[in-house]
Design a protein around this ligand. Structure first.
Ligand SMILES: Nc1ncnc2c1ncn2[C@@H]1O[C@H](COP(=O)(O)OP(=O)(O)OP(=O)(O)O)[C@@H](O)[C@H]1O
Ligand SMILES: [Mg+2]
Length: 223
């Protein structure tokens, strides 16, 4: 039975800089099953964020292919890839990518608009409360601290109950108590809705909670 929701085959990523052609990822092969939680770990600069953007179809590999939810991304145009993302994929990035002109709560309901769903302000409010921001829903990103912006980004990612959630250092800027809350939310999504989690993390306690850990070193997977 084919249940993998992410399948990467011979992925390479090479970028040109002024001095050289730099290979950031080399021959990455991996498969992630529906409902799995997977931690991607490795030292700074190893290629974790680059790998995540390729798996999520936000960037294209130099060689190789990614199958996301049964679709080969190289066979799709930008619009079709964007459709899969807006319907089924949630993200939390290292840089939070909130819309500066929107309040916290409007940032959280944004994925509904992208999905052409009625916005559910009540749910957005509950999600913001669950990440400890019930008192900040009308603030704009510029009026929030780094950790608060990260929590808004998390609430936004949970909004559509994605099939796959990609999170790059989701607890990186949070204090221990808030981080623990966010981790509980992540795994609650995973258990309740069968959301597949792909988490880039330096937090070994978080990695240990995942079904599996993938280690990346200098652009290659460690056996
Ligand atoms: N567009 C680019 N041009 C040149 N080099 C790049 C580019 N993008 C990434 N790199 C390099 O590729 C390597 C991997 O970057 P990446 O962001 O994937 O690392 P990472 O494992 O996520 O690190 P961190 O834990 O610090 O976030 C780094 O050495 C980085 O400098
Ligand atoms: Mg990174």
């Amino acid at each position: 039975m084919q249940t993998s929701v992410i399948k990467a085959t011979s992925l390479y990523k090479t970028v040109s800089t002024k001095q050289e052609n730099l290979t950031i990822l080399k021959d990455i092969n991996l498969e992630i099953e529906a409902g799995e939680s997977v931690a991607i770990v490795g030292t700074s600069g190893a290629g974790k964020s680059t790998l995540m953007t390729l798996l999520a179809g936000l960037d294209t590999p130099s060689e190789g292919d990614v199958e996301l939810l049964g679709q080969r991304l190289s066979h799709l145009d930008d619009e079709a890839r964007a459709k899969i993302r807006s319907e089924s994929v949630g993200f939390v990035f290292q840089s939070f990518l909130l819309i500066p002109s929107l309040s916290a709560i409007d940032n959280v309901t944004l994925p509904c608009l992208l999905k052409s769903e009625a916005e559910d302000k009540q749910r957005a409010k509950e999600l913001l409360e669950s990440v400890g921001l019930g008192h900040r829903i009308s603030h704009s990103p510029a009026q929030l601290s780094g950790g608060e912006q990260q929590r808004v980004a998390l609430a936004r990612a949970f909004m559509i109950e994605p099939k796959i959630l990609f999170a790059d250092e989701p607890t990186g800027n949070l204090d221990q108590k808030t981080a623990a809350k966010v981790i509980d939310l992540l795994f609650e999504l995973n258990k309740k809705h069968g959301t597949t989690l792909v988490l880039v993390t330096h937090d070994m306690a978080l990695a240990a909670k995942c079904d599996r850990t993938i280690t990346i070193q200098a652009g290659q997977l460690e056996a």
